[in-house]
Design a binder for this molecule. Structure first.
Ligand code: SF4
Length: 444
């Protein structure tokens, strides 16, 4: 059960010494209550108070970083069971799996694909995160060579997947300083695996079936000094992915079982329906998802789903307001009014590009609301349009004074004309019809 700021404050030393980086103990207590500070930052806490506060103020799911450098990613530190309660913070890393039985050329091809491939959606660059190397050959040397091939081709986060400690040790000689995720400690080998993780400072996956075994294994590994743990729940079916992962998340979030407060690992290749397993993993709390290299269609689907689930539902994705050019518009080009809800922007932009008619998009600040919502809420109004025309110097870009407004903003047409002195043309409600509209109404 989480403590309130005042309860936390009562347990603090109240020296107001600022050593924690906060101006007062009270502000530090407020941060702790929100899960935004670490109790270890206060050096004056009594041991007893520290253990009480540590158990209640740390994020219920530990933040674990995989890899180093620009492409490293952090997972965990989530606070809610349902996205609409607040938001999900750390999108799962999705890694393509290669095997040490693949040829070096095949391994290089997958690695360079993950290194270079990205696709832009609603203004964000979407990419896969790294490479998982599997010791399918059983040979330590082949595994180390495969890891070396990946390492030489790209600086990407790695998951090292082997049953033998010796094989992992051989591979870690080449990549141990880059924080690869080691997969996996089991009941039988956890002491050796923990020693390896400690020696190289790497995060470690524990693999177990059933909540009791998971709990006892995380406890045992943290007792060995490994704190950056990730849990492979060993699902046997797609329904198992949902039930086990949901149970773990529930117990962790409510702090009923702090030993389950670690990110979850999913090897989607366990299922013949890999795409479905990936989707379930993204939606149901997996933080590291390993998959065979995906077809272009599956790749886009996975990245799109991840982006959708991990955007803040309370903050629409917004574009910067301004005057955007489609093609190379001249001073006789049409000017289309739009809002700064990114989905509206990119949808309209896509259709406008398809028309091949150079034009301007005047994007006004409706705080990320769509046209319909912003009209209903009064955010999109004649004053905003007038001020935006002036602020973004639209009059100096075109020789006419005609403004095409979205169909859903039709009720504002008269008021916009009065406020701006521009002639208003009411465009279609559906962006897909903008091409026909421009052909018929603008070019006539
Ligand atoms: Fe208070 Fe501890 Fe922060 Fe000093 S370091 S201000 S005592 S919370």
């Amino acid at each position: 059960m989480a403590l309130k700021a005042l309860d936390i404050y009562k347990l603090l030393p109240k020296k107001n010494c600022k050593e924690c980086g906060d101006p007062t103990c009270l502000t530090f207590a407020m941060k702790l209550a929100g899960g935004k500070a670490d109790i270890d930052l206060c050096p004056y806490l009594e041991k007893e108070a520290k253990s009480v506060l540590g158990a209640t103020t740390r994020p219920p799911i530990r933040l674990v970083t995989i890899g180093v450098g620009e492409r490293s990613f952090a997972v965990g530190e989530e606070f809610v069971l349902y996205r609409h309660e607040k938001t999900f913070y750390h999108p799962p890393g999705i890694l393509f799996k290669v095997s040490d039985t693949d040829t070096p050329d095949e391994i290089r091809a997958v690695t360079t694909r993950v290194r270079d491939e990205s696709f832009v959606r609603v203004g964000a660059d979407l990419r896969f995160n790294g490479i998982a190397v599997e010791n399918a050959s059983g040979s330590d040397e082949a595994f180390a060579n495969a890891v070396m091939t990946v390492e030489k081709a790209a600086d990407l986060p790695l998951v090292l997947m082997a049953k033998k400690v010796d094989a992992l040790a051989a591979a870690l000689v080449h990549c141990g300083t880059y924080r690869p995720l080691i997969h996996a400690a089991t009941r039988d080998n956890f002491k050796e695996m923990c020693a390896l993780a400690n020696r190289h400072g790497c995060p470690l996956v524990i693999k177990a079936r059933g909540l009791d075994e998971l709990t006892s294994l995380t406890r045992a590994c943290s007792g060995e000094g490994v704190r950056d743990l990730v849990m492979d729940l060993s699902p046997q079916s797609l329904s198992d992915v949902i039930t086990t992962s949901t149970a773990v998340r529930q117990l962790a979030i409510t702090r009923n079982d702090p030993d389950l407060g670690y990110p979850v690992f999913l090897d989607a290749t366990f299922s013949e329906m890999q795409d479905a397993a990936i989707a379930l993993g993204i939606v149901k709390y997996a933080s590291v998802v390993v998959t065979a290299p995906l077809s272009p269609a599956s790749a886009r689907a996975a990245l799109t789903l991840r982006q959708n689930i991990y955007t803040d539902p309370q903050k629409p994705i917004q574009m910067n307001p301004g005057l955007y050019r489609i093609g190379s518009p001249g001073n006789d080009a049409p000017v289309l009014l739009s809002v700064n809800f990114s989905l509206t922007f990119f949808t309209l932009e896509g259709y406008l590009e398809a028309t091949r008619i150079p034009c301007f998009m005047l994007v006004v600040d409706t705080e990320g609301l769509s046209v319909l919502t912003s009209v209903a809420a009064g955010k999109l109004n004649e004053t905003l349009v007038r001020d935006s025309i002036s602020k973004f110097l639209v009059g100096s870009e075109v020789s006419h004074k005609k403004l095409i407004i979205p169909g859903y903003a039709a009720p504002l047409s008269g008021r916009i004309e009065e406020a701006t002195g521009w002639e208003v043309m009411v465009g279609p409600r559906d962006a897909a019809e903008i091409g026909d509209f421009l052909e018929k109404e603008w070019k006539k």
